[in-house]
Design a protein around this ligand. Structure first.
Ligand SMILES: Cc1cc2nc3c(=O)[nH]c(=O)nc-3n(C[C@H](O)[C@H](O)[C@H](O)COP(=O)(O)OP(=O)(O)OC[C@H]3O[C@@H](n4cnc5c(N)ncnc54)[C@H](O)[C@@H]3O)c2cc1C
Length: 374
């Protein structure tokens, strides 16, 4: 089955090599994704793959979508992150939006005319998303939102936020346009890795939204709307991690052959071969878990959510081991700011924190296991 998608894989890889990879170092340095990269993604239709399409076999659609994230992760973890949050927010709207919301937003999101982001995290609330303190109260015929969000990927530029707030009925999702009055956006800079995420804090100082901005029912914001976004994010990010891990592996294979010590290439030393063998096996295994998750997702299999959770958990830990060994193989030459290797290590580190930290996913996976046992 994997071979059937080889042409697509080459196509996405060629796109990322031409339009994304040449900018990766600059994106990391300037902490910003150039408009031309975003336009290239848009022109290539890469914002669209995260949305339901009637004319495509669901398995092909899900795997195609995964391959997009893998190719972007290979070229730049930051660019993969932008497309990821867009697809997270978009999938929540496509699943839970009213007919009018879907009609208005989905075509604009799929074309990339409108870029979306997902806002859950707050200064006092991370993993325990049910505890959000941003409050939405009914105010006449509208909702009034007050609170703050932080660490919002693409927050500096997104046109639309899918945002979680607490209401009397529980966690509730809202569509918050960037141009809303009393929404103030403050960039966050100098982050360890994924520096092109264009992170921001959002300050909601009395943002007034009509009921058309409610996404899903009040009280269903976390359990349904954000759950859909997070499931999409875990699937996408797992593929992104495989892409980044493959970039590390390619760099290791190349460097091990060209660098000579003790009169021989590093590649000839068995301890280096051990690292290469481990990397190859783990990257391959992570990729297979992603493929399997894609197939289950397409079939709407009851275990698809568990599989996406395991894919993200496994791929994000693999990419950290692989990036660690890649730096080891490169030695001092991997540590300088001119080398992509130190960026790979920093970017990989972020993967175990976002879309559910490693520990939070471990708890979730174990829970699935206990439930299955009955
Ligand atoms: C680069 C970056 C981009 C991000 N983008 C977004 C975004 O677009 N939108 C958004 O809403 N958020 C975003 N986040 C926030 C991210 O989702 C949170 O960082 C994540 O949910 C974890 O929360 P926290 O960092 O506050 O850690 P905390 O929840 O404070 O946890 C701290 C540590 O304790 C561990 N821990 C927590 N609870 C448990 C437990 N029950 N058992 C065992 N260990 C536990 C965690 O694993 C972690 O190691 C981003 C973060 C980063 C760094």
């Amino acid at each position: 089955m994997l071979e059937e998608f080889a042409d697509l894989e080459r196509e996405y890889r060629a796109f990322a090599d031409e339009h994304v990879a040449p900018h990766a170092a600059l994106i990391d340095r300037e902490e910003c994704i150039p408009t031309e990269v975003v336009e290239a993604l848009r022109n290539a239709g890469l914002f669209a793959t995260g949305f339901p399409s009637r004319d495509q076999d669901p398995i092909a659609a899900n795997l195609r979508h995964g391959l997009v994230h893998e190719a972007l992760g290979f070229a730049s973890a930051s660019v993969q992150g932008l497309v990821n949050v867009h697809h997270m927010a978009g999938s929540a709207i496509a699943r839970w939006g009213s007919p009018a919301q879907k009609e208005h937003w989905v075509p604009r999101l799929a074309s990339g005319e409108v870029k979306a982001a997902l806002a859950i995290t707050e200064p006092n609330v991370g993993s325990d998303a049910a505890a959000v303190e941003t409050r939405a109260v009914v105010d006449g015929d509208a909702w009034l939102l007050r609170g703050a969000k932080c660490w919002i990927t693409y927050g500096q530029n997104a046109d639309l936020f899918v945002l979680l707030a607490a209401t009397e009925q529980g966690g509730t999702a809202f569509l918050v346009p960037r141009r809303s009055a009393n929404l103030h956006i403050e960039p966050i800079r100098g982050v360890l890795g994924c520096r092109g995420y264009m992170l921001a804090r959002l300050h909601l100082d009395g943002v007034r939204l009509s009921s058309e901005h409610l996404l899903g029912k009040p009280g269903f914001g976390l359990t349904h709307v954000m759950a859909t976004g997070l499931e999409s994010g875990r699937y996408n990010l797992a593929w992104g991690c495989v892409g980044l891990a493959r970039a590390c592996l390619d760099a290791s294979l190349e460097y091990a052959h060209e660098r000579r010590q003790f009169g021989a290439p590093l590649a000839s030393f068995q301890l280096v071969q051990q690292m290469i063998a481990r990397m190859m096996t783990e990257v391959h295994a992570a990729r297979l878990v992603c493929w399997h998750a894609g197939v289950l997702r397409a079939r709407r299999d009851p275990s698809a959510i568990k599989e996406a959770t395991m894919a993200k958990y496994y791929a994000s830990t693999v990419v950290n081991r692989v990036a660690h060994d890649t730096l080891q193989i490169h030695g001092a030459n991997g540590c300088g700011s001119g080398s992509p290797i130190e960026r790979y290590v920093r970017d990989a580190r972020i993967m175990e924190i976002i879309e559910g930290s490693t520990q939070v996913l471990e708890l979730a996976i174990a829970r699935y296991g206990y439930q299955e046992r009955g």
